[in-house]
Ligand binder design. Structure first.
Ligand SMILES: [Zn+2]
Ligand SMILES: [Zn+2]
Length: 234
């Protein structure tokens, strides 16, 4: 556990309970949009928001949508069983049933990502290059949303394919970046905002009939040999 986390815990312990509940709420959003939300056999969770009803998640190779809000199931007492999800609907490959909802969510999420990058990441190397790319994928998401309203399915598939590739490129660019806290744009930092958007994008891929992206293994990095404790001298 890092020193920073220790300080965080010390502050938590000193907070009155209502502030603490708020902090907890805030904290779980930080760490679990786009991931499994505390459900060990789920992935790509897209929770409901103030604007968007219902939630998406992946289980096995299938995507599901449920109207019931998904309750974060991570930081809980041992033995806690999260409430069952009500009537999940399985997304059909190329079904185009959730395209409008997902492109709307993706557009909003990419706008958040651009704001987050603009305010809190400008000090990173090649910021201008990556910001331009992030801004481009936001424009692509806007076009997608418009294409959906026009029902142009082939154009949508092409745009989603392009967007997916460019999206993962931006994720790689920002992976090593550091954050300077100039403006708070909850939930999450840029990496977490990007992973939340990735979850939306991959449900979208499935819904419009683009083969869900298979994660490329990262090129093997010459990892520095970990420093070993010296053998005790004689
Ligand atoms: Zn780049
Ligand atoms: Zn992808």
């Amino acid at each position: 556990m890092s020193a920073r986390m220790y300080i965080g815990l010390a502050i938590l312990a000193a907070l009155p309970s209502s502030a603490m509940a708020q902090h907890r709420h805030h904290h779980h959003h930080h760490h679990h949009h786009g991931s499994n939300y505390g459900y060990s056999n789920w992935n790509y969770v897209v929770p409901h928001t103030h604007q968007y009803r219902g939630a998406y998640y992946t289980q096995g190779n299938s995507s599901y949508y449920t109207q019931s809000p998904i309750v974060y199931a991570g930081v809980t007492q041992a033995g806690y069983v999260p409430p069952p999800v009500q009537q999940p609907q399985q997304l059909q490959f190329g079904g185009f049933s959730y395209c409008n909802d997902l492109t709307g969510r993706l557009e909003a999420q990419l706008n958040l990502l651009c704001l987050e990058l603009h305010y809190n990441y400008q000090h990173n190397p090649d910021f201008a290059h990556t910001y331009r790319e992030a801004y481009n994928i936001l424009q692509l998401a806007k076009q997608l949303h418009a294409l959906d309203h026009q029902g142009q399915r082939e154009a949508i598939r092409q745009a989603v394919t392009d967007l997916d590739q460019q999206y993962h490129h931006v994720q790689q660019d920002i992976a090593p970046w550091t954050r300077q806290d100039r403006r708070h744009i909850p939930p999450g930092d840029a990496i977490q905002k990007a992973s939340a958007g990735e979850a939306m994008l991959h449900h979208l891929c499935f819904d419009v009939g683009v083969n869900p992206h298979v994660a490329q293994p990262m090129p093997p990095r010459l990892a520095p040999t970990p420093e070993l404790g010296p053998t005790p001298g004689n």
